[in-house]
Design a protein around this ligand. Sequence first.
Ligand SMILES: [Zn+2]
Length: 521
Amino acid sequence: MAQHFHNGAVYVGLSVYSDEVYVDDHGTVCDSKAFTSSDQQQEIDLEGRMLLPAFRDTHSHPLFAGREAQGLEITHIHTIAELGSALKTHRDSNSALTWLDAAVYDRSMAGSQTRQTLDEYVSDIPVVLHADDHHTLWINTKALEVAGLLHNELPALSAGRIDVDEQGIPTGILREWPAMSLVMDLAPANTLQEDLQALLWAEQQLIEAGIVECQDAWIDRGMAEVYIEADNNGLLKLDYSLAFRADVDTFNDDFSYFLSLTEKIKSSSHLKAQAIKFFVDGVFGSATASVSETYLSSNSFGELNWNAEALIASISLAHINNFQVHIHAIGDTGVSFALDCIEKADPRPKGLNPVIAHAELTTDTLLEQAKALEVNLCMQPYWAQRNGMLLSCRDHLGDNRLNSLYAIKDMLAADLNVSFSSDWPVSTPSVLAGITVAVFRQGAVTMPKHNPDQAITFEKAIDAYTSSACKLLGSRNPGTLVIGQPFDAVAIDKNLKEEDLDGYLTAKVLATYKAGKNLLV
Ligand SMILES: [Zn+2]
């Protein structure tokens, strides 16, 4: 059926507006002539509401989010007493449970975050709590025991840390993946059926957020298989780009496996596997991101997970095999290191410029270097607000550095391709929430603004979730509502051009169209 959307604010993309858009029988944006020549025509009155190009999330973790939602949900809990009682109730009502996974805990919660605290509530099976930064675990004594971390000498780690007390005994806090994986690798694995459920649940959340394409920015062994199984059974509605995680210790061994999966995905219409994800540093909340001035809390410069020689060789290997590199770099030294390695590596495949994800602490010089190297930046606008996550970095960074984080306007002024993303489940998959913070630099009316000089316009924020995202993903689709392109669009319940912060905070997605079909019905 051909459709004519009219009487609304239609944002075509790239600062162009219209008040109507025509879609032909095949779900392609067309002119009025093609619409009138259709046998079946539908008039859709937008009643002053807004139609935008559909959103694309260039860095998210849908399968992790789905798995996390299958465990015990503790996000709403902010006291240890309530947390303990939730854990105990869950354990008591699931006698067959052999492992208790819960997410996400509030790291700013008052009280002692140690294994002994958790033991008071559940001590007979491993308890693993995931922190809101997703770079920290809080575990009980049983979990330390089964991982062999209680009575043995602690292993050397390529990055991260096992926190210990004055006697050198682990406290129950593990930081960064090399430490976290010592426990997580022992967690009972989901069956393929459970993973499929997790993925399809996540997909529904993405559709509700107005997203039609998503890059899963952390694919380990066994994860691409879930996407492939879903695709082979015709269960996927959205498009996914899979980014394989390069483990600093096993990258060369893993590489042939990445290539074999890429081959399997080659003919899929919903899946592509074209990126390799590298972590060059950690996060500010654990003082593990790599910085040029020491952390106030630890007098350290954070950590680099790779040495230059290995990273340059690995980027080159990725490039030669037609992969895009997607590099997690948060501190200014992390970003600088990533850029230097990109500069020295073999040339990238055509159309797949390297990506630096997060780039939280930058300088004008770094942005100029990124521009000269034609590097894409993948930012999480939702983080640019003075919430608990940002403020948990204050003791480490001090106010000056904290206030300079997320210089999104400067990045656009440097003419960089800046795309937006959620990093879900680190934060909400809601694109409207991300746009709100990009435009207002606050996530609630009562919250002070975070560095409001770096606020950007509504149009720039939408472009970052649409056309710039397509550019980053090397897509042929321009991510705009121009004639000849698939009608991938989002209808929202108000015209945001006329709304204040309150209007943005209460806006809702009404429909998510992919190639003319509304997936939100
Ligand atoms: Zn991520």
